[in-house]
Design a protein around this ligand. Structure first.
Ligand SMILES: *Cc1c(COP(=O)(O)O)cnc(C)c1O
Length: 367
């Protein structure tokens, strides 16, 4: 059986360093907002080439606190991809605004810049882009659109640690870049964790308050904040993983190369462009008989996932919040299949998956 991902296997590679970091934190006697968090923030900011990094509790809070810190008029329209993971949309709602869906490009899964003008209203104040599956959005076109219309720009980078467009890191194009370090992400903690990165001094200062009850100086509260802090343990473990991020990314990209070279033609593979550095958080293919193909692969020893089975528009929680029809999102949610691609997989594992696809050809090629 080839697993979709075994986190224990992915993290085993760094076990000695992780254990050493965990021990250091336990012995230090200081567990929330301390030297490890400051060091991780500095190291992650340097990695991305951005001025500030503010550690928070998780990726959803990174988004909520960033959007809130933009100080937009309550109930502003914020443009967001119709096929994003639900968290991006939840954050807009939680920050007191209205998500307005923009269709993605069928080939890239990412927000289609050409669909932005039709979604614009007089109430639009921001765009929240998601670099889905580790592929950078077209920030050249989206950034230009935001500038032309005076819109703020927030990037959901929960799936795109280290992804680049024209050599520039995702998370550094907009007003704020929001990261999740949920264990399955490309830079994953051993629990929940997140961060916001920004070049804006005022925004950074605001976030350093709001993540911690609205207080930077103990018992002095300047804002109505929340408790969403990155803890010392996760920061120390993330410092270890960050040192290996480029290596992990190279490994995933090598696995993707095997897929590109060996998957049969009847599979719609991820789109590749020379100016994009895709980090393959997910290797998402498309097939019209996705569910039958997935079941057949499982019978034959390969576990896969679907990202995601239900489009945001169809979630019960979005009743009264989202409306309209989004055929591209519907198509992607109905046909997407995620193949194994992780630090714990070898190129031989991926060749095994590809060989099984060859065996599936007579059954699934004509669909
Ligand atoms: C994982 C994820 C989030 C949320 O991150 P958490 O740390 O789980 O809160 C937000 N957006 C996207 C696109 C994600 O994949």
């Amino acid at each position: 059986m080839i697993e979709y991902e075994s986190l224990a296997r992915s993290n085993a590679e760094f076990m000695a360093e992780l254990e050493q970091a965990a021990t250091r934190v336990i012995r230090s006697g200081w567990y929330v907002l301390g030297d490890e968090v400051s060091a991780f923030e500095a190291e992650f900011a340097r990695y991305l080439g951005v001025k500030h990094c503010i550690g928070v509790g998780n990726g959803l809070d990174a988004l909520i606190l960033s959007i809130e810190a933009l100080d937009l008029p309550p109930g502003s329209d914020i443009l967001v991809a119709s096929n994003t993971y639900i968290a991006t949309i939840l954050a807009i709602v939680r920050a007191g605004h209205k998500p307005v869906l923009v269709e993605p490009d069928l080939e890239t899964f990412n927000m289609a810049p050409a669909c932005l003008p039709a979604a614009l209203t007089f109430n639009t104040r921001a765009i929240c882009v998601t670099h889905l599956f580790g592929k950078p959005c077209r920030m050249d076109a989206i950034g230009a659109f935001a500038r032309d219309h005076g819109l703020k720009l927030v990037e959901d980078c929960a799936q795109s640690h280290g992804a680049k467009l024209n050599g520039k890191m995702t998370g550094t194009f907009g007003d704020a870049g929001c990261f999740s370090f949920y264990p399955t992400k490309n830079l994953g903690a051993i629990g929940d964790a997140g961060a916001v990165v920004t070049n804006d001094d005022t925004l950074a200062d605001r976030l350093r308050h709001t993540r911690n009850y609205g207080s930077k100086l103990k018992y002095v509260n300047d804002y109505v904040g929340v408790n969403s802090r990155l803890d010392e343990m996760q920061a120390a473990l993330l410092r270890v993983k960050l040192r290996h991020l480029d290596g992990m990314t190279s490994h995933k990209r090598a696995l993707a190369e095997v897929y590109f070279a060996q998957l049969p033609d009847w599979i719609a593979k991820p789109m590749q462009r020379d100016d994009e550095y895709d980090v393959f958080h997910i290797f998402g293919i498309r097939h019209p008989q996705r569910d039958a193909l997935r079941a057949w692969l499982l019978e034959n020893g390969i576990k896969t996932e679907v990202h995601y089975p239900i489009p945001p528009r169809r979630q019960k929680a979005m009743t009264g919040i989202l409306s309209g029809s989004y055929p591209i999102a519907e198509e992607l949610h109905a046909t997407e299949l995620s193949l194994p691609i992780s630090v714990g997989h070898s190129e031989a594992d991926i060749r095994t998956v590809c060989a099984l696809f060859d065996k599936a050809t007579p059954r699934f090629a004509s669909a």
